[in-house]
Design a binder for this molecule. Structure first.
Ligand code: ATP
Ligand code: MG
Length: 392
């Protein structure tokens, strides 16, 4: 019996004219990931089918489970769209399952098939009842639902539907740059942004020797976890040491966090120009720490006009942790390495900073030149699933 994976698209109904763009992007994303397997992918308006070699099935399912834009999928058994073949196949499928009650649903897009759907439900139900002992029909709450789709040449029969991740295929949206720290929140924020179809490249600010190379490796590991949901992520490493030292040396201690974050946003803005991105994404969550009060966010945000997307802004910490566990970033995030944000943390950071005061404080050193130097010394790491990345 030949089996295929049958994929149903997510959120397509809301996309109107963009339907083919959505489907083509999803197709490309899946194809890139499955390139190394001997399989063929057929894209149609309402679904996609993947034919595969049995030995690759688990790896292919793993890819599908990490691909945005998929509403659901099933493992379908296919046969010719002919009465006898369909009966034989549904019996074969049934023999591989354990159930006491069942229901059959038929969808007949091939109008040349001579028996109408409702009638054919009874025919196939009868075939099952005649050939398998101790089973009966239950249309309300069956143990097993047989779905039969009769198409022009082939008929697809399946019993279980598995939910996909939903969302839009990565690439249907524009590109954004994400601020990826080694913490719990920002990887979840990147995941959620990618789920909206945004192509995300990441930026990590480090302050060697105040932060360690292990901290950088941790961020690379997190990027590797995230790249499973897309095909490639460029990780840009910013050497933030001079700027942090200058802030620490020159500015009012209670404003160091505010100013540090304003500098980060300024650098992000320069990088979006350099790498042609349209927005900044970060893991800020309202109220979590002093720099994340609304007034603080306002003072920090005022250095840029770019949209700043904060996917986890209104989630509780526990909700973020649940997501981090689900996407497998949590265990890496809790490894104990210093972040550049934490090393110079003042005892009493200002909770309600004033824009004028922040401006006065940062004018105490020549940050424009430092930012220019910093942007010019960016390092890039291309993170893909396959390659062994040069970690250091
Ligand atoms: P996270 O768990 O993501 O580190 P957090 O709760 O520790 O977040 P902050 O340290 O205040 O919060 O940082 C808020 C956001 O700013 C982070 O989610 C991240 O997007 C960004 N950020 C902070 N530090 C860095 C860094 N070193 N490199 C890149 N982005 C950073
Ligand atoms: Mg942090």
């Amino acid at each position: 019996m030949e089996k295929v994976i049958l994929i149903k698209y997510a959120e397509l109904n809301t996309k109107g004219d963009n339907r083919s763009y959505f489907i083509n992007t999803l197709y490309k994303n899946i194809k890139d990931k499955l390139d190394k397997y001997e399989c063929s992918i057929l894209k149609e308006r309402s679904n996609m089918t993947i034919s595969f070699k049995e030995k690759d099935l688990n790896s292919i399912i793993e890819v599908i489970n990490h691909t945005f834009g998929i509403h659901s999928y099933q493992l379908a058994t296919i046969c010719d769209s002919e009465d006898e073949a369909i009966k034989d196949t549904i019996l074969e499928v049934a023999k591989g399952e354990k159930f006491k009650t069942f229901k059959v649903e038929v969808k007949r897009s091939n109008k040349k098939f001579p028996i109408k759907s409702m009638e054919y439900v009874k025919v196939l139900g009868g075939t099952l009842l005649k050939n398998i002992d101790d089973i009966k029909v239950d249309v309300h709450n069956p143990d097993l639902l047989f779905k039969v789709e009769i198409r022009d040449k082939k008929t697809y029969i399946y019993t279980n539907t598995i939910r996909g991740l939903g969302g839009y295929p990565v690439g249907v949206g524009d590109k954004a740059l994400g601020m990826l720290s080694g913490g719990i929140d920002s990887p979840v924020a990147m995941y959620l942004a990618m789920k909206r179809g945004i192509t995300v490249d990441c930026v990590y600010f480090e302050a060697i020797p105040h932060t360690s190379l292990e901290a950088r490796e941790k961020v690379i590991s997190l990027t590797k976890k995230l790249v499973k949901y897309t095909n490639k992520i460029n990780l840009y490493i910013v050497n933030f040491t001079k700027i942090q030292e200058a802030i620490y040396k020159n500015c009012d201690k209670s404003y160091t966090i505010t100013i540090m974050r304003r500098m980060m946003y300024r650098i992000m803005e320069e990088l979006t120009k350099k790498y042609k991105a349209k927005a900044i994404i970060n893991g800020e969550s309202v109220g979590q720490v002093a720099s994340q009060t609304l007034s603080s966010m306002g003072v920090i945000n005022s250095v840029t006009n770019l949209p700043v997307i904060r996917p986890v802004a209104c989630l509780n910490k526990l909700e973020i942790i649940d997501l981090a566990k689900r996407i497998d970033t949590y265990d890496t995030s809790i490894l104990p390495y210093e972040d550049c944000c934490t090393i110079f943390v003042p005892k009493h950071p200002v909770i309600n900073p004033k824009l004028e005061k922040a401006r006065e404080e940062e004018e105490k050193f020549d940050y424009k030149t430092l930012i220019e130097e910093t942007v010019n010394s960016i390092k890039k790491i291309e993170v893909t699933e396959e390659e062994q990345n040069d970690l250091l």
